[in-house]
Design a protein around this ligand. Structure first.
Ligand code: THU
Length: 164
């Protein structure tokens, strides 16, 4: 007797929501300040190996702005991305404060000027867990070198199906 085994695979769809502006000068003032701070701190990147500078600034619920830039090391995996520098500094120094908005900017040959930095997977995982810990979504603003701006209303939007 022959059996036909039919495996039905249901295709599922994931949607990604974000907004786009042609210039960050269309953002509200407090967001613009974050972008300026991220651009400023980007110049403190220590990136002699990749020559790719990343800056990040985040706003906390107490109004404090925490900044970070990528910090590399000759033993490559020992370095850290800009957004994780900022997120971990915030976690270490302001554990009770919620993150309201996180901004990331980048500059270097790895990125065409019209493209926003697409945060690495490890940073997305940290962003998602930070959001889950505080039980409240925070916005993520990504700005390209020619000012194109992408806004996510929740860090989790950047990593559907995150671990955990
Ligand atoms: N980098 C970040 O700072 N954030 C990211 O999301 C991606 C990559 C840094 C790490 C390294 O110093 C350089 O960019 C090149 O990968």
């Amino acid at each position: 007797m022959n059996f036909i085994i039919l495996i039905v695979r249901m295709k599922k769809e994931l949607k990604l929501y974000y907004s786009k502006l042609s210039n960050w000068d269309q953002l509200p003032d407090n967001d613009q300040l974050l972008v300026k701070k991220a651009i400023e701190i980007m110049h403190n990147a220590y990136a002699p190996y990749s020559k790719f500078n990343v800056g990040s600034a985040l706003l906390l619920s107490n109004g404090v702005i925490v900044e970070g830039s990528n910090q590399e090391n000759i033993a490559y995996p020992s370095g850290l991305c800009a957004e994780r520098v900022a997120l971990f500094y915030a976690g270490a120094n302001y554990p009770k404060e919620k993150i309201k908005t996180l901004c990331i900017v980048a500059k270097g040959n790895l990125l065409p000027i019209s493209k926003v930095l697409s945060p690495c997977g490890a940073c997305r995982q940290v962003m998602v867990e930070t959001e889950r810990r505080q039980n409240e979504p925070y916005r993520v603003i990504l700005v390209s070198q020619n000012n194109v701006t992408i806004i996510f209303d929740s860090a989790s939007d950047l990593l559907p199906l995150a671990f955990g």
